[in-house]
Write a protein that binds this ligand. Structure first.
Ligand code: NAI
Ligand code: MG
Length: 363
């Protein structure tokens, strides 16, 4: 039996997770759910947003469903508390960043589907470990880097102390891994094209390197049409003609921006699911955060978390129930039988989930 660590987290996290699990329950799958703790409350009470017992739980389970975590103080009282904890050397390090780094989750998956009209269905896959977010970010430039930088007229005028530089790290290892992941994803999910969003005419050396790796890896996937497009053009077409895309792969920063654009194209944070996957670990979460202003009111849209559960089921190779769940969500959103405020309805979190569960039972 497969096991899933469930980490509801903070704010609306527990509300959307419990609603989504009530729907999952209807699918009656052989899954063992094991609950654990993560987030701001853990940090407040234990000085650690990801307690050791949670890491153990993640080791012992096949994958993880995460609700949302709060990453900044909510009220004055918490600002003070946060300062005190930091004074004791208990820094708050973003739990999702910790998960991605420690579990080496190199791929961030963001499906973007048109729930209302079914006109488009593509996925943005963001590289999570290198690119412009590799951490090679410097203010005050010394030799030998300065020698390379000072030829830029602005840098020459500002001088080394008043110049900052961010390096875009691209390695054959990192690029091959994310490209292969993208092609495999395309095959498994029936996409016929893979678009790499980059900027080869400006970033020539790293752009050429990426093209070379795409040609090499792509040779193993003659059934998938591969292309490189400028990232700005991808952004334009995502809005204007989203149906042209299948799988979009992008380096860390370009992928960060495109994936949030994807959530917008989809119709908002209440709808967008995500997954983070590596060779030996994974976790799945709705794109939205803990929305503290809405917590406790039972108004949050559970759709993002329901689609996240579908993504998780896909990952566990439970493709049939994943599709059933997705179809049920689509039917409810399409008919607007019981949808939350952000979709123009007045259903509560649990009513919206309930109507998806009823839809499932009727298939
Ligand atoms: P947020 O995503 O929590 O909320 C922004 C707004 O989006 C909300 O005010 C609400 O209007 C809407 N929204 C979000 N989820 C919704 C849902 N399920 N249904 C309907 N509407 C929804 O982003 P915000 O306010 O910037 O951050 C709040 C906290 O969450 C912060 O502490 C932030 O650091 C954290 N956060 C955590 C993330 C994670 O767990 N991976 C991701 C983003 C933010
Ligand atoms: Mg982002």
């Amino acid at each position: 039996m497969k096991s899933v660590a469930v980490l509801p987290g903070d704010g609306i996290g527990p509300e959307v997770v419990s609603a989504a699990l009530s729907v999952l329950d209807r699918l009656d799958l052989p899954l063992l759910l094991r609950f654990g703790d993560i987030g701001w409350e853990c940090w407040k009470q234990e000085g650690n947003p990801v307690p050791e017992r949670t890491w153990r739980l993640l080791e012992e389970t096949d994958t993880c469903l995460l609700g949302a975590v709060t990453s900044k103080p909510l009220r004055e009282a918490e600002v003070e508390l946060a300062g005190r904890l930091r004074g004791q050397g208990l820094e708050f390090i973003s739990p999702v960043v910790q998960l991605r780094q420690r579990l080496r989750l190199f791929a961030n998956i963001r499906p973007v589907t048109d729930l209302k009209h079914g006109r488009f269905n593509f996925v943005v896959i963001r590289e999570n470990t290198e690119g412009l977010y590799a951490g090679l970010d410097f203010h005050g430039i010394q030799d030998p880097l300065w020698k390379e930088v000072r030829d830029h007229p602005n840098a020459a005028e500002s001088g080394p102390a008043s110049t900052s530089v961010t390096l875009r790290l691209q390695t054959s290892t990192g690029m091959d891994r994310i490209l292969r992941f993208g092609f495999e994803y395309a095959r498994r999910h029936g996409y016929s094209s893979l678009t790499v969003a980059d900027k080869p005419n400006v970033l020539r050396q790293s752009g050429n390197h990426l093209r070379e790796r795409l040609e090499r890896v792509g040779a193993d996937y003659p059934d998938i049409g591969a292309e490189i497009l400028n990232v700005d053009a991808v952004a334009l077409w995502m809005v204007r003609r989203p149906e042209r895309f299948g799988v979009i792969v992008a380096e860390n920063m370009f992928g960060d921006i495109l994936s949030d654009l994807g959530a917008g194209v989809m119709g908002g944070l209440g709808l967008a699911p995500s997954g983070n996957v590596g060779d030996h670990g994974s976790y799945f979460e709705p794109v939205h955060g803990s929305a503290p202003g809405m917590a406790g009111q039972g108004r949050a849209n559970p759709v993002a978390t329901l689609l996240t559960v579908a993504l998780l089921l896909d990952h566990l190779e439970l493709a049939v129930p994943a599709r059933q769940l997705r179809d049920a969500v689509h039917a409810v959103v399409l008919r607007r039988t019981a949808v939350t405020y952000d979709l123009g309805g007045n259903a509560s979190t649990s009513q919206a989930a309930e109507s998806v569960a009823d839809q499932l039972s009727s298939i």
